[in-house]
Design a protein around this ligand. Structure first.
Ligand code: TYM
Length: 334
């Protein structure tokens, strides 16, 4: 059985990075029909840093709306929010007792998010990857489509699965495969080509949000940082030019071209022309998605019904798997 699990945190606006690195690929994989697909709004992950409760609920619905508007079909997959299914947290506790402090201490996302004041980071932020492993393995997920930034967490998921199997002498958990593909596996900030485009960046100009309208998209692209040289005609000419490389990568992904094709067309030309074309293709792809997101967000009852149904189906799958884990571990069921 091939089973996909993937998730997005409801923390801030969904970005072009989330769309190109994750949601768009999920929709493609789902249409292939060769996987059972489970997609999750991971609200329990979001509270590893402080969240406003009303805003968390709003963002949970908005992320679900973004997945659907971006092409995920809730009639043909399981779409739910993490906290509805207690099995994630139940399994995460077991993994807290499998994973080692040293493994978690090496996670670059923890180091970045905790910053210098590590003693003040929540314990949840530290054990975040154990919950992520539980998300996937509560369903014995075999494939995990994500952006490049999640690679290290998925390696840890495999380590946890393997450590559990060998600790208890069982062949219980699969080792899930990351699926990182497309020309935009790491979309960078529009203000700094060495930083990931992120929903939590304080500058809204650093990212294109999936809800941005045509004017906002065009303005952000016009103002995107570049360098003074014209675009090169060959890929090698993008080395050491992170902003140019990022914009070419985004254009290629949105126009369904290779970066080579983009450079064949725009090589030797200045950024003015290129940015105009980029704004056009961005608006043509993103504006309808943003519009559909806004429409769905105005209908919270429909989103809640979708998440409820998905949550019930998810529980049906996760419950027997986690029960079996508890038996393996030796928890008594009196
Ligand atoms: P999150 O919420 O940060 O991002 C969701 C998905 O979007 C991808 N992504 C990007 N891809 C390309 N360029 C970018 N700039 C960019 N920004 C984000 C991420 O790689 C991800 O695929 N820990 C995860 C959520 C999670 C999860 C899971 C994922 C929790 N449990 C189980 C897979 C399986 C996260 O914080 O993603």
């Amino acid at each position: 059985m091939r089973r996909i699990f993937s998730g997005i945190q409801p923390s801030g606006n969904l970005t072009l990075g989330n769309y190109l690195g994750a949601i768009r690929n999920w929709a493609l994989l789902q249409r292939e029909k060769s996987y059972e697909c489970i997609f999750c709004v991971v609200d329990q992950h979001a509270i590893t840093v402080p969240q406003d409760p009303a805003e968390l609920r709003r963002a949970t619905r908005e992320v679900a709306a973004g997945m659907i508007a971006g092409g995920v079909d809730p009639d043909d997959c399981i779409l739910f929010n993490q906290s509805y299914v207690p099995e994630h947290a139940m399994l995460a506790w077991v993994f807290n007792c499998v994973a080692r402090v040293g493994w978690l201490g090496r996670m670059t996302q923890f180091k970045e998010k905790a910053g210098k004041d590590r003693d003040n980071a929540t314990v949840g932020l530290f054990v975040y990857p154990n919950l992520m492993a539980a998300d996937i393995l509560a369903y014995k997920g075999t494939h995990v489509p994500v952006g490049d930034d999640q690679k290290q967490h998925l390696e840890l998921t495999r380590d946890i699965a393997q450590a559990f199997n060998s600790m208890f002498g069982v062949d219980f958990f699969p080792l899930p495969e990351p699926q990182i593909f497309g020309t935009a596996t790491r979309v960078m900030s529009l203000r700094d080509g060495t930083k990931k485009m992120s929903k939590s960046d304080p500058s809204d100009m650093s990212r294109i949000n999936m809800t941005d309208d045509a004017d906002a998209i065009a303005q952000k692209i016009r103002k995107a940082k570049t360098d003074p040289e014209p675009l090169p005609s060959e890929l090698a000419g993008l080395d050491e030019r992170p902003e140019a490389r990022n914009l070419v990568g985004i254009y290629a992904a949105l126009a369904d071209q290779t970066p080579e094709q983009v450079l064949a067309e725009f090589g030797g030309r200045g950024f003015g022309d290129f940015k105009k074309a980029m704004a056009e293709v961005s608006v043509s792809v993103l504006a309808p998605i943003g519009e559909e997101m806004r429409r769905l967000s105005n209908d919270p009852a429909t989103i809640d019904a979708i998440l409820h149904k998905g949550g019930e189906r998810a529980r049906e799958l996760a419950s027997p798997i986690v029960k079996e884990v508890y038996d393996i571990v030796g928890f008594l069921r009196p």
